[in-house]
Design a protein. Structure first.
Length: 249
């Protein structure tokens, strides 16, 4: 469990934001209403974070296309349209067959055959494939989780919480990984109830940006529980296995 205090609460009083990190997954768990009372943990397994909270908002594609169109799935195009200079943070999700590949060259070959216009796989996307496969297998094998686990994107989440304005500065600058982009995002999160000290100390195995992403995802989980979150597209699509295809914010 995330902690003694969180474990003692009823599941309906908790929501959770999850993001990928160096050591697997980082999760920020908050109270669904009132003061956030945030807690953070890192685990090599996403499944470890599915127990307890009413809603889990995770920054990882859910619902994979059999054939990828221009710009990936529909959600990517809709998210990019709202993010201005930050639109490059939304990568195109290739076909399910490409995601299934464990070799990069093979993934590119399959992606070319299953996309229109033909498009290879970026190295950034390929390195996320194991995590995408992990969530995909979990949701396909546990249909009851589909009503609790939702795809989000941190930059779209910050857009939503920043009066629907994209955060102009990138999270990371090569010369200063703890630069102004992180400061601006911390300020947004503090305005929405996070203690500043909580946001300044990522746990071992996760970066400062991972902590902020998980934290903002948790706020979208709150919106989901309250019925205030919007899917892009609206209504969500479905993949061949019935998994929803939408980014929520």
């Amino acid at each position: 469990m995330i902690g003694e205090e969180a474990g003692a609460l009823d599941a309906t009083t908790l929501v959770r934001g999850v993001d990928g990190c160096k050591n697997g997954w980082i999760a920020v768990t908050v109270s669904a209403t009132g003061a956030l009372r945030p807690e953070v943990a890192v685990s090599p397994s996403f499944a470890a974070f599915t127990e307890g909270p009413a809603i889990i908002a995770v920054d990882m594609p859910i619902g994979l296309p059999e054939h990828a169109g221009p710009g990936g799935r529909g959600p990517e195009t809709l998210a990019r349209a709202r993010l201005g200079e930050r639109q490059s943070s939304v990568f195109s999700v290739p076909s399910r067959a490409a995601v299934a590949c464990e070799d990069y060259q093979e993934a590119c070959r399959i992606a070319l055959l299953t996309s229109d216009p033909p498009r290879k796989v970026s190295k950034q996307a390929f390195f996320l494939f194991p995590k995408i496969r992990e969530i995909d297998a979990l949701l396909r094998g546990s249909p009851e989780l589909r009503s609790r686990v939702f795809e989000v994107h941190p930059e779209l989440a910050f857009w939503r919480l920043n009066a629907e304005q994209p955060v102009a500065v990138a999270k990371k600058v090569k010369s200063s990984p703890h630069g102004p982009g992180l400061v601006v995002r911390r300020e947004i999160l503090v305005r929405h109830g996070y203690p500043e000290a909580f946001l300044e100390h990522p746990p071992r195995g996760a970066g400062a940006d991972d902590l902020l992403d998980a934290a903002v995802n948790a706020l979208i989980a709150r919106r989901l529980l309250e019925g205030q979150a919007q899917p892009f597209p609206d209504p969500p699509g479905r993949d061949a296995h019935g998994l929803p295809i939408a980014i929520w914010a």
